[in-house]
Ligand binder design. Structure first.
Ligand code: AHG
Ligand code: MN
Ligand code: MN
Length: 335
C-alpha cells in the first residue's frame, strides 16, 4: 500500500523552498501543527462538557470550563511563544498585540503571527465545523528589539505563510508558504497529519455562492445585483446556495467544489464584519496560491495597507471567474 507523506516529512522536504531557509519557518509550522492537535482534542470534547460536568468529577483543578475560543487562543499563544521564533502575536481575542522576548536583546526571533484562534465560534454549541486561521510575516523592525505596530500592519502580499485548520468531519490543516496550497488530514487514532490534498486549486468557475442572505436588504446594490444574477435561470444558473457561517468551512468547501464567498459591507456595518489581518488576508493568500481570487469588491485584498489591528473589510473570495463577475457588478452599480 502507498504510504502517504506526513506533515512532518513534508515540512522537512519543503524547507529548501523557503526564501530564508534557516529552518525557522519550518519550526513555526510545526508549532502550529502541535497547537492544532491540542485544540482539535478540546473542540471534539465540546459536546461532552455538560455530561461530564453533571457527573461532578470534572475540573480536578477546580477551574470553570473555559470558553473554547479563549482556550484556543491560549493554546496557540503558549505554543508559539515557546520556540524562539516568534517575536509578536496578534489575535482576535486580544485587544493589543503581544510582545515576546522584549527583555532579551539577544533574541533572534523574526516572525510575527496573526491568528483567529477559533473561527465560527457561534457554531460550537450546535456541533458544526469551526476553524483556526493564521497569518505569518517577517518583522520589519530590527531583530532583537521589541516588535512594534508596524510589524503587524503590513499589507497581505508580504505574508510568508498562511493557513487554516478546519475541525470538521475530519480535521485538516491547509497552508501555503507561497508555493501552492497543500492540505493534510489528521488521523486521530495516532495523532498524525497526512498529506491528503496536494496542490489544492480553486476550479476557475463554480456554481456555489455563500452569503448570509438575511442581510440582503442592507447590501450594496452591486452585491444585490450579483445575487440576483446567481439566482437567474440562465446558462448553468441558478447557482446553489451554501452557507455554514464558519468562514474556514465555507472557504474550504468552495475551494474544493468551486464557488464564491461574500461578506459585503452593509448599511449596518460600513466595512463588513470580517477582519482584514487574521481572517481576510490569510484566506486571500491561500486563495491566490490556489488559483482563486480575493477582492474587497473593487481591488485586491492583499494590496490593502492596514491601519488598525482589528480593522474590517468587505470580502469576496473564491473561483476567479466568479469574483471577476462580482467586481463587474460592483463597478457597474457605481457608474
Ligand atoms: P468568529 O467566530 O471568529 O468571530 O468569526 C465568525 C465569522 C466567520 O467565520 C463567518 O463566516 C461569519 O462570521 C459569519 O457571520 P454572520 O453570522 O454574520 O453570517
Ligand atoms: Mn473568525
Ligand atoms: Mn474567532
Amino acid at each position: 500500500m502507498k504510504k502517504n507523506k506526513t506533515l512532518g516529512e513534508f515540512i522537512i522536504e519543503k524547507q529548501a523552498e523557503f526564501k530564508y531557509s534557516s529552518g525557522e519557518l519550518s519550526k513555526l509550522i510545526n508549532a502550529i501543527r502541535l497547537a492544532a492537535k491540542v485544540v482539535n482534542h478540546e473542540v471534539n470534547k465540546a459536546g461532552l462538557v455538560d455530561i461530564i460536568g453533571a457527573s461532578g468529577d470534572t475540573n480536578i483543578q477546580g477551574e470553570d470550563q473555559q470558553k473554547l475560543d479563549v482556550m484556543a487562543n491560549e493554546k496557540f499563544i503558549q505554543t508559539l511563544s515557546n520556540r524562539e521564533i516568534v517575536c509578536g502575536i496578534a489575535s482576535e481575542e486580544e485587544d493589543d498585540f503581544i510582545t515576546i522576548n522584549s527583555h532579551d536583546q539577544n533574541h533572534q526571533n523574526k516572525y510575527v503571527v496573526l491568528i483567529d484562534p477559533l473561527d465560527g465560534s457561534s457554531n460550537i454549541d450546535v456541533n458544526v465545523s469551526v476553524g483556526t486561521i493564521f497569518s505569518i510575516y517577517r518583522r520589519i523592525t530590527p531583530i532583537g528589539t521589541p516588535v512594534t505596530m508596524a510589524d503587524f500592519l503590513q499589507p497581505g502580499r508580504n505574508q510568508v505563510a498562511a493557513g487554516y485548520v478546519v475541525y470538521g468531519t475530519s480535521t485538516m490543516l491547509v497552508y501555503t508558504t507561497g508555493h501552492g496550497v497543500n492540505g493534510f488530514t489528521l488521523n486521530p487514532a495516532i495523532g498524525t497529519f497526512y498529506l491528503s490534498h496536494p496542490n489544492m486549486q480553486f476550479p476557475e468557475n463554480g456554481n456555489i455562492y455563500s452569503v448570509n442572505e438575511g442581510n440582503y436588504i442592507h447590501f450594496p446594490q452591486g452585491v444585490k445585483d450579483y445575487i440576483k444574477y446567481c439566482q437567474a435561470e440562465e446558462d448553468n444558473r441558478p447557482y446553489t446556495s451554501r452557507y455554514i457561517g464558519s468562514l474556514v468551512s465555507d472557504f474550504h468547501r468552495n475551494m474544493i467544489k468551486g464557488g464564491i464567498y461574500l461578506y459585503p459591507k452593509s448599511s449596518k456595518s460600513q466595512n463588513g464584519k470580517l477582519r482584514l489581518l487574521y481572517e481576510c488576508n490569510p484566506m486571500a493568500f491561500i486563495a491566490e496560491q490556489a488559483n482563486g481570487k480575493a477582492s474587497d469588491g473593487f481591488g485586491r485584498i492583499l494590496d490593502i495597507q492596514p491601519d488598525e489591528l482589528h480593522q474590517r473589510t468587505p470580502f469576496f473570495c473564491g473561483s476567479t471567474k466568479m469574483v471577476d463577475k462580482l467586481e463587474e457588478f460592483m463597478v457597474k452599480s457605481h457608474i
